[in-house]
Design a protein around this ligand. Structure first.
Ligand code: SAM
Ligand code: SF4
Length: 454
């Protein structure tokens, strides 16, 4: 990869799991009653046809990985499990009241964190049975969870399988001992091998591994080794994340290493480029941004069929209009509005105990937001977007002007009614999306709020 291009385009930028991105939500125009109305509208429009998605945030982890940018709470006390899960079920009850007697049809369910496998299998079973008691499950449900290889047990895998889960992902990050020490995450290959094998034996149809490039002390030799070790287990999907260095976010805990230990922008790009080439040689296909999938996996199949979608959970192989996020910090999406829950475990629980939705901020999408959102989603999922009269915005032509230089650099192709990202431009997808991000263009942040795009 050309160093000049990296220098030119390596700027802070969002990952676009939503549009507008969270820092550009207009909180002053948002209220919880408006959020509730948008949920009711989306539910009525879509529940019986496509169903709804649920994301449950399970925030606890036993020890802190110093690179981690997730919303988590570190504790070894497992007495936190039951009260937290009771709150999640109470929050679900508050949503059920909005559904006015119509039974929700659950199409997609994801347990994320933190570490869902911090919770005992029995407690997870109680949570999910409580959730399902007042719901119907879609014919081809997509249930998935994130497991930590160090604490996922056979009982976790079997219990969740029996409840309909067929996909799981495991945080691997990097196998190198020096990198693992720097990120405070000692995790032997044997643990990853054990959970991957058990998941397959039990019948999971998609096992995914998360790898990260750009971690402290990483070199291509180490990354190469990590990918080759990963290949001995041949996961169905690989999330190949760019390390998001966001030490300014309070409580992130990225202090276990020095800035000087991080690979330079050039080395980071080399890690991505070489990693991508190696994964492709080994039979993986890059899907959207950050993800690689075997051809048989649903993620690639959904890319081919055009059903692929992107939301706060990342990429998914089907779209639902309504996604309800339960738990501390969880984000919900009714297509017309976004809402985020309280980020503190205690006040999240307190609000729910008081019988209130624990939403603390959000955004109501304008007509313009809805159009921009669709175009950015198209770019993030299919690397191209096209417009006709109904999806045209005058700003799209201005975006093309902004993209002129990228077109000259061979990163995009500009048509009269469309924008297409080239193979060379794939690594710069976020940069292309940024040219359509009207909210950011109108309010350039004065301080760093996003990680670097490369
Ligand atoms: C909630 S964790 C996965 C489950 C479990 N807690 C674990 O660590 O195995 C989600 C994933 O987010 C990714 N992640 C967390 N912090 C990140 C960061 N700063 N940059 C890039 N990826 C990050 C990691 O790959 C991690 O596996
Ligand atoms: S990477 Fe996973 S286990 Fe580590 S702190 Fe983050 S959420 Fe917890």
């Amino acid at each position: 990869m050309n160093q000049t291009l990296i220098n030119k385009y390596n700027i802070p930028g969002p990952r676009y799991t939503s549009y507008p991105t969270v820092p550009f939500w207009e909180e002053s125009l948002f209220s919880t009653p408006q959020w509730e109305s948008s949920v009711i509208k989306a539910f009525k429009e879509s529940n019986s046809s496509e169903g709804i998605s649920i994301y449950i945030h399970l925030p606890f982890c036993e020890s802190l990985c110093t690179f981690c940018a997730c919303h988590k709470r570190i504790t070894k006390k497992h007495t936190v499990e039951t009260p937290y899960l009771e709150s999640v079920l109470k929050e679900w009850d508050l949503y059920l009241e909005l559904f006015d007697g119509e039974t929700p049809l659950i199409k997609e369910l994801h347990l994320g964190g933190g570490t869902p496998t911090f919770f005992s299998p029995e407690n997870l079973k109680t949570l999910l049975e409580g959730l399902f008691k007042k719901a119907r499950i879609a014919e081809h449900p997509e249930f998935s969870f994130e497991g930590h290889p160090n604490n996922t047990t056979e009982a976790h895998l079997q219990t969740l399988y029996d409840l309909g889960f067929r996909r799981c992902s495991f945080g691997v990050q990097d196998y190198d001992p020096v990198v693992q020490k720097a990120i405070n995450r000692i995790q032997p290959y044997e643990n990853v091998e054990r959970v991957t094998r058990l998941a397959r034996e039990i019948g999971y149809t998609s096992v995914s591994h998360d790898l990260i490039f750009g971690l402290p002390h990483q070199t291509w030799e180490k990354m190469n080794e990590t990918i080759l070790k990963t290949m001995t287990l041949k996961p169905d999907r690989i999330a190949f994340y760019s390390y998001a260095h966001v030490p300014w976010i309070k409580g992130v805990g990225q202090r276990g290493f020095d800035e000087n230990d991080l690979p330079s922008g050039e080395v980071k790009r080399e890690l991505y480029e070489n990693g991508k080439n190696l994964l492709e040689e080994l039979g993986y296909i890059e899907v959207g941004m950050d993800h690689f999938s075997l051809e048989k996996d649903e993620l690639y199949q959904s890319l081919k069929s055009g059903d692929i979608h992107r939301n706060f959970m990342g990429y998914s192989s089907s779209k639902t209009q309504l996604m309800i996020g339960l738990g501390m910090s969880a984000i919900s999406d009714s297509w017309y509005a976004f809402a985020q829950n309280d980020k503190s475990v205690e006040s999240y629980q307190q609000r729910v105990e008081e019988g209130k939705l624990p939403v603390v901020k959000g955004h109501i999408l304008t007509q313009e937001d809805l159009l921009v959102r669709q175009h950015i989603l198209n770019l993030m999922c299919r690397l191209e977007t096209n417009w006709d009269q109904s999806t045209f915005l005058p700003e799209l032509e201005n975006a093309q002007e902004r993209l002129f230089e990228m077109a000259q650099d061979g990163l995009v192709e500009l048509g009269e009614t469309g924008i297409k990202i080239t193979e060379k431009g794939r690594a710069f997808t976020r940069n292309v999306a940024m040219t359509l991000d009207l909210r950011m263009l109108r309010n350039q942040p004065e301080t760093r709020i996003f990680s670097m795009t490369i």
